[in-house]
Design a protein around this ligand. Structure first.
Ligand code: NAP
Length: 315
């Protein structure tokens, strides 16, 4: 496993992280506690030290389960845990209370990376109010670093300007071979600011692994049921890229998913956090680290995927 510095922070995290939304018990179907434990154990064994969760994942269940497993495995203080506070909890008093609850569920004295999951869209809380609370949490030693998620550059900059002493270290955004919108405005801003891009859905929710084909596309009962990517019309487009990933992967002895993650890793700013439901998946995902696609192969994927169009108007 290779490691990367998270933004300009003092944290070094595995370049392939671990997404724990899969432990929510709702969005992704049930992952039993024993299976979750074996999965985290395998991740640790393979050098993963960066775990992402959120308060909204199963209304605290993902935080709770991850916290419990890491404590049981004696790894709580050796890993970097990133959690998120949702956009509905950004008033000053809510931030303080939500943080206490997260710390309790995670069984930690401090949250390593505390991300604002999305901006305060419905409640209209000024970002300066939220950032005041966040900064106080850092000063009190309850949070080590502040991060964002799903923040467009203008809002991210406003958030940064609201902080007196601290630097925002990351923005967590959707980024994968099929969904590359962040490249136009977000990535240049992050580069200028020295913030990491933590890539969510780096496997396009499993679409890039090659196990779903246009012929066997299930009617998902989970979070994918309403994801445009899995609409047959879009999935046919995606399949074109999966085939290319497969072809290129064969040269390296790698799977399409590993090639898709490695394609992201070419940018030193990017840290993918694939979600895994079992030890086999985590092992495969970790196999995206430790090797490099040739310039030519990386370019072939980049060019082919730049013509992909995901249609989001489906009804
Ligand atoms: N900040 C945000 O707003 C936000 C949004 C979404 C996600 N996230 C974070 O990002 C993490 C990852 O994103 P994601 O869960 O949306 O999608 P993802 O990582 O692109 O895909 C995860 C899914 O792909 C399948 N998969 C994973 N590894 C595999 C492998 N090696 N072989 C075959 N299938 C594999 C599994 O589902 P099946 O086995 O059922 O196919 C798994 O649930 C989440 O856990 C969460 O921490 C953040």
């Amino acid at each position: 496993m290779r490691y990367r510095r998270l933004g300009r922070s003092g944290l070094r995290v595995s370049e392939v992280g671990f997404g724990a939304w899969q432990f929510s018990g709702d969005a992704w179907g049930e992952v039993r506690a024993e299976e979750a434990e074996r999965t985290v154990e395998k991740a640790l064994e393979l050098g993963v030290n960066f775990f992402d969760t959120a308060q909204v994942y199963g209304r605290g269940r993902s935080e709770e389960l991850l916290g419990e497993i890491l404590r049981k495995l004696g790894a709580t203080d050796e890993v970097v845990i990133a959690t998120k506070i949702p956009g509905e909890r950004l008033a000053y008093h809510d931030v303080k209370r939500a943080t206490e609850l997260s710390l309790r569920r995670l069984r930690k004295d401090a949250i390593d990376l505390y991300q604002i999951h999305w901006p305060s869209i419905w409640n209209h809380v000024p970002i300066s109010e939220t950032m005041k609370a966040m900064e106080e949490l850092v000063e009190a030693g309850l949070v080590r670093y502040i991060g964002l998620s799903n923040f467009p550059p203008c809002l991210a900059e406003q958030a940064q300007q609201s902080l007196k002493k601290h630097e925002i270290v990351s923005n967590q955004l959707r980024y994968n071979v099929l969904e590359r919108e962040v490249e136009k405005e977000y990535l240049p801003y992050l580069r200028e600011r020295g913030m990491s891009l933590i890539a969510w859905s780096p496997l396009a929710k499993g679409a890039l692994t090659g196990k779903y084909t246009p012929e066997n596309l299930p009617s998902f009962q989970d979070v994918r049921a309403n994801d445009p990517l899995f609409h047959p019309e879009n999935f046919r487009e995606a399949w074109r890229i999966v085939q290319l990933l497969k072809e290129i992967g064969e040269k390296y002895g790698k799977t399409p998913g590993q090639v898709a993650l490695n394609w992201l890793l070419r940018d030193p700013l990017v840290i993918p956090i694939p979600g895994a439901k079992n030890p086999r998946q985590v092992e495969e995902n970790v196999g995206a680290s430790g090797w490099t696609l040739s310039e030519e192969d990386w370019r072939r994927i980049t060019e082919a995927s730049s013509t992909i169009r995901i249609n989001r108007v489906l009804w």
